[in-house]
Design a protein around this ligand. Structure first.
Ligand code: PLP
Length: 389
């Protein structure tokens, strides 16, 4: 306190340490296998790492790169969107490189919201959403995705739209549930956005991790090109989460708005890594296919193990997370369960309850990641089996 006031301002009051920091620290302290935070335990393609080393050595990106991102990367992002989704983008005005998807989300909220604007998002939500909406002075309006299949209630979405609604913040494939929006769902959402003249910000960082169905960027649907801010990043797709190279693609006026906020957050970041990610986006289809197949196999390995251990498993269609229900263990408090899980069997997971405004909705849900080496997953599954005995 100073001057009789708390140090942390009112907008951020209540946002303590992220659950990932708390649970990762618990994993280190207890020597447990960390299936909490979503980062791979092996690096991505060797040639992409070498591309970063080359860029560093050749002095490319060691000084401030251009504000919107290096042209090589902006062009590679535009080419990727054309190749995968048939989208045509101007790399100079419709692509913006950011410090991961995290900065893109923050910059979009800071740029597009007036204080008091309502933002509708499906909960459980990725933990930065609530904080970014709050920092921008927005008001979050959660719509609950419910187990077992976590499909969005689109009638509830229609009912939640008010004259104060400014934007929808969507995430598909969805962390933590693994739900992937279908074309029909996206079409309904697009119709509502057009009807109510809403902006939509889409977080697509798991675009290459869809096991059932397909990833359809909302921006590609009729009427959405001029109102969608589409966000993705290299971290998950290329298994270099520490590089923090993300991007925004949108119509030029939206990119200009987001860029205005972004330039005062980091201005620029990750210079040499931008060149490496430009090469990564040009990897042949086989890379993306193998990556997906490998993660699908890991999903099944961990999913089967969790079932044997006694969890109810909500099969994810995408991402690298599995949401489970712990009711069968006679437990109903995911947070308490996760705090003692290291002691009980040497594994760390995260409680989904912290991703809900309505903690009741996720009270018994626990999330595990499967982006780990096979031997680590086998060991974790073996340890989790202790819960069954
Ligand atoms: C849904 C979602 N959005 C954004 C991010 C952050 O992406 P980045 O590391 O590119 O900032 C994550 C990382 O876990 C995520 O799960």
């Amino acid at each position: 306190m100073t001057q009789g006031r708390p140090l942390l301002n009112r907008r951020l009051a209540g946002f303590g340490t992220t659950i990932f920091a708390e649970m990762s620290a618990l994993a280190v302290r207890t020597g447990s296998i960390n299936l909490g935070q979503g980062f791979p335990d092996t690096d991505g393609p060797e040639e992409i790492r070498e591309a970063a080393v080359r860029a560093l050595r050749d002095g490319r990106g060691n000084q401030y790169p251009p504000g919107p991102g290096v042209p090589e990367l902006r062009t590679a992002i535009a080419d990727h969107q054309r190749r995968r989704y048939g989208l045509s983008l101007d790399p100079d005005t419709e692509v913006l490189v950011t410090a991961g998807a995290t900065e893109a989300i923050a910059a979009a909220m800071l740029a597009l919201l007036e204080p008091g604007d309502e933002v509708i998002a499906f909960e459980p939500f990725y933990d930065s959403y609530a904080a970014c909406i709050a920092m921008a002075g927005g008001v979050r309006v959660p719509l609950t995705l419910r187990a077992p299949d976590f499909r969005p209630d689109l009638d509830a979405l229609r009912d939640a739209i008010t004259p104060r609604t400014r934007l929808l913040l969507l995430n598909s494939p969805h962390n933590p549930t693994g739900m992937v929006l279908t074309r029909e769902e996206l079409t309904t959402i697009a119709g509502l956005a057009v009807e109510h003249d809403l902006l939509v910000v889409t977080d697509e960082v798991y675009e290459h991790l869809v096991f059932e169905g397909e990833h359809i960027p909302l921006i590609s649907l009729p009427g959405m090109r001029e109102r969608t801010v589409s966000i993705s990043s290299a971290g998950k797709t290329f298994s270099y989460t520490g590089w923090k190279v993300g991007w925004v693609v949108a119509a030029a006026p939206l990119v200009a708005a987001v860029r205005t906020a972004k330039q005062y957050l980091t201005y620029v970041s990750a210079g040499p890594f931008q060149y490496a990610v430009a090469e990564a986006l040009r990897l042949p289809d086989a890379y993306f296919d193998n990556f997906r197949a490998d993660l699908r196999r890991k999903r099944d390995l961990l999913g089967d193990g969790l079932r044997v251990a006694g969890f109810e498993v909500h099969q994810p269609q995408g991402t690298y997370f599995i949401t489970t229900d712990i009711t069968r263990f006679g437990e109903k408090d995911a947070y308490a369960f996760c705090r003692v899980l290291p002691e009980r069997c040497g594994v760390v997971a995260v409680p989904n309850s912290v991703f809900y405004d309505d903690p009741e909705a996720g009270r018994a849900q626990v999330r595990f990641t499967f982006c780990k080496k096979d031997e680590v997953l086998h060991e974790a599954v073996g340890r989790l089996r202790r819960l069954a005995s």
